[in-house]
Design a protein around this ligand. Sequence first.
Ligand code: FE
Ligand code: FE
Length: 194
Amino acid sequence: MKKVQDAKRYEHTLGVAFTAAALAMRYDCDIQDAQTAGLLHDCAKCMSDEKRLAICKKRQIHMTEVEKKSPFLLHAKVGAYLAAEKYGIKNQDILNAIQNHTTGRPGMSSLEKIIFIADYIEPGRSQAPNLAKIRKLAFVNLDQALLAILEDTLSYLKTTGSSLDPMTERTWLYYRDMERCEIKENDRSEVNGQ
Ligand code: FE
Ligand code: FE
């Protein structure tokens, strides 16, 4: 990664790998898989939009309309492709974690959630609102941290008018509804004295 990324991105990459490893320890995931996914998640970030578009065309990787308009969004999909083809990753969970690290998706695996969250909270980040709260929450409840990040990301993208991948909203709706169901379940258990 040091060879293909600029200094700032490389530092972020190390931060994500390190944070992903810590989260993997907390949530009983494979630590090495978390480190590998963290190291590779932005492997297609430091290349031109033209190159990303060219790879997608050549390899017949499906592009949505939003991605065609904002090809930087493609760094996740192209990253997963390069992880498999150039860096020899065969573990589908690692490839999914790379592919879904910007938008998430409904029904993510623990590793996918860990990379998504590590990308947001790694020590080099400083801009996001509620960062201190989300950093703590990430080590208490993975799903609640995921939801908090999705909420903040959506409100940020909406206020700045930046291009929003509809998948981010789908992921948010999925985990919001899941959280609501869980709250209802807990209420029911309390009523039943369980
Ligand atoms: Fe990224
Ligand atoms: Fe990243």
